[in-house]
Design a protein around this ligand. Structure first.
Ligand code: GMT
Length: 380
């Protein structure tokens, strides 16, 4: 199949999933066209089946807001025609499903009928999409997609609860190449980061309010009072400064390392003993799954889709949002002895297995096939 993928190319779960999906599909022989404003961060272009088309939005002084949706839909029309693309897969409803719908309609004028698959990722539904400013457009774009998928059961429920949806929503969970993660590193040079007797705790996110990074620091503070440990915070975002100040206020700045955005997350996870994700909202929690696939147990909140990923008492523990005391106690249970830690590490990998790329990518392929067939029948 010839498939166009539209996503956010920056650091962030929806872009990562879209990129990994494109790479996995290309490996299976499909022709993949990424259409976005920048090359996705995890995209490796060295394959005959991978193409990247940049959407440029020229700056014009009259516009206070540059019309990205317009440029994207025009680019989609041109690329569909040029490369004979058969299906359009847009990740994150805003504004991609909206721009995709416009492209579909423009193409129909030329007798080109292309199905659009929309994948809902999280805040496009729960935090942003639900805002009255966007709600009518998001509802319209979802209802006018040919296939709608959500990354968790919880996100599907939220979507049906918050919007007037007339479409079936297929739950297709996020995925990860588990064998690749397990074999990513043999020697990850743990000694560079911590002393032998110290436990290493990690958090990865875009350091936004919704991630509650201050809770990560509160949990770590309680842990480090009881056992020697280090905290690594990976990612950039608006809350970084306030979090650095909090570490200073607590006098733990020597034990907390802010490493910014990193392309070496697997390497960091390789020497990590525990992952903390205390988010306010989390439709799935790809970062938690990545940690588990690397054999890292997870302490998380029990919000959204996290209970579908992090299994209570098996891959880690879950607590109510903001309950930093319980999170720290649970963390200490896991880190107590090398034996318990080893048990949780093993269980984390086992729990991640159901989300292996090989199990999930065929589900998308089948949805594309059905959508293309339906479109072909409707055309005649
Ligand atoms: O919705 C967001 O906050 C951004 C989005 C992203 O692009 O990182 O994250 C969402 O999609 C991820 C991939 O499907 C999920 O793993 C995250 O849980 C989800 N974030 C939230 O729901 C806050």
């Amino acid at each position: 199949m010839k498939i166009a993928i539209v996503c956010y190319p920056t650091f962030g779960g929806s872009g990562v999933v879209a990129t990994e999906l494109g790479l996995a599909l290309a490996e299976k022989g499909h022709e993949i066209h990424f259409i976005t404003y920048k090359q996705p961060v995890r995209l490796e272009l060295l394959s005959k089946n991978i193409h990247f088309h940049e959407v440029s939005v020229p700056v014009y002084p009259l516009f206070h807001y540059q019309p990205y949706e317009l440029a994207l839909s025009s680019k989609l029309v041109d690329m569909v025609k040029l490369h004979k693309i058969e299906v359009l897969h847009v990740h994150y409803a805003i504004p991609h499903a909206y721009a995709g719908y416009m492209a579909k309609k423009m193409l129909e004028e030329d007798n080109i009928f292309i199905p659009m698959v929309t994948t809902l990722h999280g805040t496009d539904i729960t935090l942003v999409g639900n805002h009255p400013f966007y709600k009518p457009a998001v509802t319209f774009s979802i209802n006018n997609s040919d296939v709608v998928t959500s990354v968790s059961k919880s996100l599907k429920e939220d979507t049906l609860h918050l919007f007037d949806i007339k479409k079936e929503i297929h739950v297709v969970p996020n995925f990860i190449d588990i064998p690749k993660k397990i074999n990513a590193f043999t020697d990850c040079q743990r000694d560079l980061m911590a002393d032998k007797d110290e436990r290493i705790i990690t958090h990865v996110s875009n350091l936004r309010e919704v991630k509650r990074v201050k809770d990560v620091i509160e949990v770590f503070d309680l842990i480090q009072k009881r056992i020697p440990s280090k905290l690594i915070i990976v990612g950039e975002g608006p809350d970084r400064e306030a979090c650095e100040q909090l570490c200073e206020k607590k006098g733990i700045e020597e034990k907390v390392l802010f490493v910014g955005n990193s392309n070496e997350v697997d390497k960091i996870l390789c020497f990590t003993d525990l992952f903390i994700l205390p988010s306010e909202k989390e439709s799935f929690g790809l970062a938690a799954l990545e940690a588990m696939a690397c054999g890292v147990p997870v302490i998380s909140s029990n919000t959204g889709g996290l209970p579908e990923v992090n299994i209570q008492g098996v891959s880690g523990f879950l607590s109510d949002v903001g309950d930093v005391g319980e999170m720290a106690e649970n963390a200490l249970k896991i880190l107590a002895t090398d034996e318990t830690l080893a048990k949780f590490k093993k269980q984390a990998i086992e729990s991640a297995m159901i989300y292996d790329t090989k199990k999930i990518v065929p589900v998308y392929e089948e949805l594309y096939r059905v959508a293309i067939d339906k479109m072909t029948i409707a055309k005649h």
